[in-house]
Design a binder for this molecule. Structure first.
Ligand code: FES
Ligand code: FES
Length: 199
């Protein structure tokens, strides 16, 4: 029997249908009466995935983008659906020390040893990661929609090269969009974090 699932995290069904072309072509999508989207697929698989230090087992089509699994199956709200085509960075997570755009990563293509870190996994409201704390100190966000991309990309860059220059940080963040134009404060927060880390 085919399984049915509602993509609760795909908050904009039109956007989801328009940008998830490859995913959609392998599955049947219908507009639900409630305004969401119903996915009907006969190729579900049980997949284990380690996210923020915890092992999860999900039953999904292997072509499902990692972002949908994180939001719909695991209820995480750090990674966001922005463009759905690897252009904005809102869905960024860290895998193997690299900043990765989860909207275009089919969960079935991940390796068993892959560990995912999301913005939620970095710190907690009570004990933010020092980079998150630096953003708080500098007031370096407005709506916060882009923060997974900005913070996790900056973290991946500085983990790899703690001495990264302003120019190198700017280049790494070049493809991460912030529609609130908070760039100056963000760069200041990242610089302060990097300098304090090395002190
Ligand atoms: S939502 Fe993934 S890069 Fe825009
Ligand atoms: S703070 Fe709003 S998109 Fe960056």
């Amino acid at each position: 029997m085919p399984r049915q699932r509602r993509r609760a995290g795909a908050s904009n069904p039109v956007c989801f249908l328009a940008t998830g072309a490859e995913f959609a072509s392998k599955n049947t999508l219908r507009t639900a009466a409630a305004g969401g989207v119903v996915l009907i697929t006969s190729s579900m698989r049980t997949i284990s995935i380690k996210v923020d230090g915890r092992l999860h087992t999900v039953e999904v089509d292997p072509s499902t983008p990692l972002l949908f699994v994180l939001s719909d199956e695991l209820g995480l709200r750090g990674p966001k659906f922005g463009c759905g085509i690897a252009q904005c960075g809102a869905c960024t997570v860290i895998i193997g020390g690299r900043a990765v755009r989860s909207c275009v990563l089919p969960i079935g293509s991940m390796k068993e040893e892959d560990e995912v870190t999301t913005l939620e996994g970095l710190g907690t409201p009570e004990k933010p990661h020092p980079l998150q704390q630096s953003f708080i100190n500098e007031g370096a966000s407005q709506c916060g929609f882009c923060l997974s991309g900005v913070i996790l990309t900056a973290k991946a860059v500085l983990d790899e090269n703690p001495k990264a220059s302003d120019e190198e940080i700017r280049q790494a963040l070049g493809g991460v969009l912030c529609r609130c134009f908070t760039h100056t404060r963000m760069l200041r927060a990242i610089r302060k974090y990097a300098d304090e880390r090395r002190a």
